[in-house]
Write a protein that binds this ligand. Structure first.
Ligand SMILES: N[C@@H](CCC(=O)N[C@@H](CS)C(=O)NCC(=O)O)C(=O)O
Length: 201
């Protein structure tokens, strides 16, 4: 059975558990206690030398990084639905995975980390807030005439971007002005197999 090593507070782990659930795949949740530093234990570093969650183990396959795991799951178990193979569509979907690991991480993800764990995180909260506003405006604008980030259906792009936007309030980022994002998040919540983040607790 697939194993997901993760922690319930992590939006990156939520990306993966959400994808697994949307694909209707059974998996075992293996809790890695980030507060106790279990991700830096010798045993865990042997599985993921980066010392981070999420980590997916599927048979002999051992894969770290939420975005990489989404690609793996979509291609291996999701057919064409979640990750198109046509050159331009695939590139457009991949662009959102980069945005998740780039602008969204520097914005809402960092703001959340700061407000959950405080100044010890060395995060510049003014900068993270500014970056949050920038990327929320961009995504809201992008969604003006779209139901999904790309294609005419949900893809890994939506799964990669959704978690930290839905958690933006933890970072004291006001999402209310972004009506297109709010409507898009409601559509995601209605997908068959959708689970809230708390399912990991
Ligand atoms: N690029 C990685 C980043 C993963 C990451 O930052 N994981 C955090 C939790 S969200 C973590 O493990 N932090 C603990 C640490 O770095 O010690 C991904 O997208 O999965």
């Amino acid at each position: 059975m697939i194993k997901l090593y993760g922690h319930e507070i992590s939006g990156n782990c939520y990306k993966v558990s959400l994808m697994l659930s949307l694909l209707n795949l059974d998996y075992e949740w293996v809790r890695v206690d980030l507060m106790k530093g279990e991700q830096k234990s010798t045993e865990y570093l042997a599985k993921n030398p980066f010392g981070q969650v999420p980590l997916l183990v599927d048979g002999d396959t051992n894969l770290a990084d939420a975005q990489a795991i989404l690609i793996y799951l979509a291609r291996k178990y999701g057919g064409e639905q979640w990750l198109p193979t046509e050159a331009l569509l695939m590139a457009r979907v991949m662009r959102w995975l980069s945005t998740a690991a780039g602008e969204v991480r520097q914005g809402p993800e960092s703001a959340r980390l700061f407000h959950l764990f405080g100044a010890g995180t060395n995060i510049n909260i003014e900068r993270a807030t500014q970056k949050s506003i920038f990327i929320l405006q961009q995504i809201d604008q992008h969604l003006t005439e779209r139901y999904w980030l790309e294609c005419d259906r949900p893809t890994v792009a939506d799964v990669a971007i959704y978690p930290y936007l839905s958690l933006a309030k933890d970072g004291k980022i006001d999402i209310e002005p972004y009506t297109n994002i709010l409507n898009w998040m409601e559509r995601i919540k209605k997908l068959s197999g959708y689970i809230p983040m708390t399912k990991n607790e």
